[in-house]
Write a protein that binds this ligand. Structure first.
Ligand code: ADP
Ligand code: MG
Length: 649
């Protein structure tokens, strides 16, 4: 490997500073993007001004560029600590595609590869070197970082340091000691998508960040559609969803290994292009499944939450949760793996109230296995409660997620199932009084009941249980007869969510009054909630909206992506060319160009190298490598179409 790499307009040499290059030039000319995403410029500036930083941005928000651009501006080699082998491989592939010298060190290397990389690194030949946390304290690595100039130490997926995070990784705890062995101490830049206060504090303290610049960007991903559905038959609905998305790449998340295997078997039998991943599979199988998915040999991945961290496959266009995950944090991170390239994508949760019980069981099991103390278990139960609110909410789903992350948002996004399903604001003041009174009447008899039983009492069910417990004698028995049970249930959920009622107990959750219930009964204020009109989710599957509608309605398309004027045929041909180039280069196709880039290319239809550079994601190196092949295809396509149009006339 040479000591410098010529890449388009740039010559990078690990030991040369490039004060003339500002970060925007690099973004534009190297990476081919026309504007920074939210937070990127500030974080890069803070790093360049010599601050330690902590960047908290959502999955797909563009954290990598925040440390890759400084690597090109600073003297020396940037060390990036990253938790997953697949992530490192992917990033190094992508950097090489951009003409940036990079390598990784982890347990997947042969001895020969390992020493080759060490030697090249010792000669300052890389701008970026990824290292697995477990490898940090190898004598070779310590020698290396003590002998070269380390421009910046980066900790990606920094939440792995905290046991409050969902991906705790013990080796991350050694990073601070590792940093102390490097003299002079390089600045430290850390990144995560996890925004809770505890995790943030753990990162700052345990990494030893000094007076860090901390930036939390907006968590909204406007290209993502959020849907919650409560189908009577989950499998049937899943099959429908997959058929509507034929040829697209997607992930189906399940809570347990068993459901992964069952779904995989069922869908494979029906000839869907599926593969699967969970921690119980052996290394070779997991590796193969992952590669099949990354290289689009199998377009649908069925997995537990063991799959995905560090999977930067940018063309995942849907994430379906077959079961409800245990907290909003995990949900958003997993769902956020869709649409990383900024193209419209769908995140759909198939919810069944049994999911709550499965999750409670899994949380308790972790306590029995001694993994967590009781305060952590309590906290986990609370997080599960928040997730359940999301699944049963009739509010704008996006605003629920954003408010969970502490971001005030508008109560209508227009791109989630609740906003799309012609919801209307209805006055529930009288119904709320009836429901709350019922809870009080029960309490007077020293009884507390679950939601289902309260529904039964209010609607006047004649079940034996009610008769045996003399509940038909309550004054509130049957006062809501005729109300649709699903609708009533939604109102109860709404009252709990707004704290007019509360839930107590986990084994047999029962509804109890709160301080707000008392005030409500006394003051009888007006109360309204958003409720679907005639079509109540829970009684029927939510009707699927047309894909075109999402493309057009998806609010604020990301920077650099053209409006979707679309020639499907050209797009397919460009995709084929990309896939061929990818398989020749033995890299996943999204490493050559993301789907978003190809869509932009379809819309702009460039026929010269200069026009090609205008495509989002095309920088100087990709222009040099690919302009000819793609513009030639487009030229021929246009010529053929021109002829055909001529004949038609
Ligand atoms: P994460 O924050 O999850 O680590 P990545 O760094 O993997 O996100 O970026 C996600 C995707 O967004 C990548 O495909 C990347 O090329 C793209 N991206 C990053 N920054 C920009 C930008 N400024 N303009 C357009 N696309 C961008
Ligand atoms: Mg990342």
């Amino acid at each position: 490997m040479r000591n410098s790499v010529f890449s388009g307009n740039f010559v990078y040499d690990a030991c040369t500073v490039k004060p003339m290059q500002d970060s925007y030039n690099i973004l534009k000319e190297q990476f081919g993007f026309s504007s920074f995403r939210q937070g990127q410029a500030q974080l890069i500036d803070a790093i360049m001004s010599g601050r330690d930083v902590l960047g908290i941005m959502p999955t797909g928000g563009g954290k990598s560029l925040c440390y890759q651009i400084p690597a090109l501006m600073l003297e020396g080699t940037e060390i990036v600590i990253s938790p997953l082998i697949s992530l490192m491989k992917d990033q190094v592939n992508a950097l090489e595609e951009e003409g940036i010298p990079a390598a990784f060190i982890n347990s997947s290397l042969s001895a020969q590869e390992y020493y080759g990389i060490l030697q090249a690194a010792g000669k300052n030949q890389y701008k970026i070197l990824y290292i697995a946390p477990e490898s940090l304290f190898k004598a070779d690595i310590i020698n290396l970082v003590q002998s070269i100039r380390v421009s910046l130490l980066v900790v990606d997926e920094a939440h792995c340091i905290s046991q409050w995070g969902h991906d705790f990784r013990p080796a991350y705890k050694n990073i601070k000691a590792f940093l102390e062995m490097i003299n002079p101490r390089p600045h430290l830049a850390s990144f995560t998508a996890t925004a809770t206060r505890q995790v943030r504090e753990d990162i700052i303290r345990m990494l030893g960040l000094e007076n860090p610049f901390v930036l939390v960007t907006g968590f909204d991903r406007s290209n993502l559609y959020f849907g919650v559905e409560k189908p009577e038959n989950r499998n049937a609905r899943l099959i429908e969803l997959l058929k509507e998305r034929k040829g697209q790449s997607g992930i189906i998340y399940c809570s347990t290994r068993k459901s992964v295997e069952e779904l995989h078997e069922m869908l494979e039998r029906k000839s869907f292009p599926v593969t699967m991943y969970h921690a119980g599979l052996d290394d070779v199988t997991r590796h193969k499944s992952q590669d099949d998915f990354l290289y689009d040999r199998k377009t649908v991945m069925i997995a537990t939450n063991a799959f995905g961290m560090g999977i930067d496959k940018s063309n995942v266009s849907f994430v379906i949760h077959y079961q409800m995950p245990k907290n909003i944090e995990s949900y958003y991170q997993e769902a956020g793996r869709a649409g990383r390239d900024g193209a419209a994508a769908d995140c759909i949760l198939l919810y069944n109230s049994q999911d709550v019980r499965i999750n409670q069981f899994l949380i308790k099991q972790s306590q029995n296995e001694g993994e967590a103390d009781s305060s952590i278990i309590e906290q986990k139960m609370e997080l599960l409660r928040q997730m359940t609110f999301y699944a049963s909410s009739s509010d704008c789903l996006r605003s629920r997620i954003l408010s969970y992350f502490g971001e005030p948002g508008s109560s209508y996004c227009g791109n989630c199932s609740n906003c799309k399903d012609n919801v209307e604001e209805i006055d529930i003041s009288v119904d709320a009084l009836k429901i709350i009174s019922c809870v009080y009447r029960l309490l007077e008899r020293n009884r507390k009941m679950g939601k289902a039983m309260i529904c039964n009492i209010l609607t006047g069910s004649r079940s034996e249980k009610i008769q045996n417990a003399y509940l038909h004698e309550l004054s509130t028995y049957g006062i809501m007869a005729g109300t649709d049970a699903a609708r009533l249930r939604k109102m109860i959920d709404f009252l709990i969510e707004k704290e007019y009622l509360a839930v107590e107990g986990t084994d047999y959750p029962v509804v109890i009054p709160t301080e707000k219930s008392r005030l409500f009964i006394k003051e009888k204020p007006k109360l309204t909630m958003m409720m679907p009109g005639i079509n109540i989710p829970g009684t029927k599957p939510v009707p699927r909206r047309e894909k075109e509608v999402i493309l057009i309605k998806a609010a604020k398309p990301s920077a650099g992506i053209s409006p979707p004027v679309f020639d499907e045929q050209l797009y397919e041909q460009l995709k084929k060319l990309r896939n061929r180039l990818a398989s020749e280069a033995k890299v996943p196709s999204y490493i050559i160009f993301s789907d978003a880039s190809l869509k932009d290319m379809t819309a702009k239809a460039p026929v010269t190298a200069v026009e090609f550079l205008e495509v989002s994601g095309v920088g100087a190196v990709k222009q040099e490598r690919y302009a000819y092949a793609f513009t030639e295809l487009i030229r021929q396509y246009k010529a053929r179409r021109g002829n055909k149009n001529g004949e038609d006339q």
